[in-house]
Design a protein around this ligand. Structure first.
Ligand SMILES: Nc1ncnc2c1ncn2[C@@H]1O[C@H](COP(=O)(O)OP(=O)(O)OP(=O)(O)O)[C@@H](O)[C@H]1O
Ligand SMILES: Nc1nc2c(ncn2[C@@H]2O[C@H](COP(=O)(O)O)[C@@H](O)[C@H]2O)c(=O)[nH]1
Length: 204
């Protein structure tokens, strides 16, 4: 029987670069994770595609998914719902593959309760000034939404102590190196790795 995969959760304040770092993680030729595409009621930004960046749903459709227990976690974030499809995550982990979630902190808290053995990584900006520059520089939010996101960011940063690791995103490729090193170390620390090597002792 397959060993289960590792659930990796990348979280952090809005605009820190989670999406950018996640894309860089997956563009490495040796990336071994499966990305769980989230479901949202937010309108697609320019260039975003349904089923690639998100599954875009109406509020009614999303609320039906909540009722049908189809979400591993969900949160309402700055006026929109965001959630993780539970079946995809369970099936992929059961197939022995690592699953990578990029979600905000309320959702990460719910995942922690259901998957205490998951690997929780918090992405930090070099400073709050730099965080604001990144949100403004992205040019996707109105002024109102930027100040809502900055306010949310301060509350999100306060929760960083519930994570296993804090990774600074001063440079995207360096942040990816750090995340890959943490995942590798976690695999080597796990019971399944020990049991794999313990088998060597059984060979006479
Ligand atoms: N290390 C970095 N240095 C400078 N700019 C960065 C870095 N990482 C990301 N950025 C830029 O910061 C902006 C926000 O990044 P991104 O959209 O990936 O953040 P996010 O955390 O996914 O945001 P949200 O939570 O709002 O979706 C983008 O314009 C991106 O190009
Ligand atoms: N709790 C969840 N949060 C999610 C999920 N997918 C994305 N997110 C987070 O929402 C905010 C806003 O995203 P944006 O695309 O509108 O900028 C950001 O922090 C994402 O990481 C999810 O499934 N669950």
């Amino acid at each position: 029987m397959n060993e289960k995969g590792l659930l990796i959760v990348l979280s952090g304040p809005s605009g820190v670069g989670k999406g950018t770092v996640r894309q860089a993680v997956f563009s490495r030729p040796d990336a071994k994770f499966e990305y769980s595409i989230s479901i949202t009621t937010r309108k697609p930004r320019e260039g975003e595609k349904d089923g690639v960046d998100y599954f875009f749903k109406t509020r009614e459709e999303f609320e039906q998914l909540i009722k049908d227990d189809k979400l591993l976690e969900y949160a309402e974030y700055v006026g929109n719902y965001y959630g993780t499809p539970v079946d995809y995550v369970q099936e992929t982990l059961n197939a022995g593959k690592d699953v990578f979630l990029e979600i905000e902190v309320q959702g990460a808290k719910q995942v922690r309760e259901k998957f205490p053995d998951g690997l929780f990584i918090f992405l930090m900006p070099p400073s709050l000034g730099e965080l604001q520059n990144r949100i403004v520089g992205r040019g996707t939010e109105s002024e109102d939404l930027i100040s809502n996101r900055m306010e949310a960011a301060r509350k999100e940063i306060e929760l960083m102590s519930m994570y296993d690791y804090i990774v600074e995103n001063d440079d995207v490729e360096l942040a990816v190196d750090r995340i890959n090193a943490i995942v590798l170390a976690e695999h080597h620390r796990s019971e399944r790795c020990v049991s794999k090597y313990i088998k060597l002792l059984e060979v006479k």
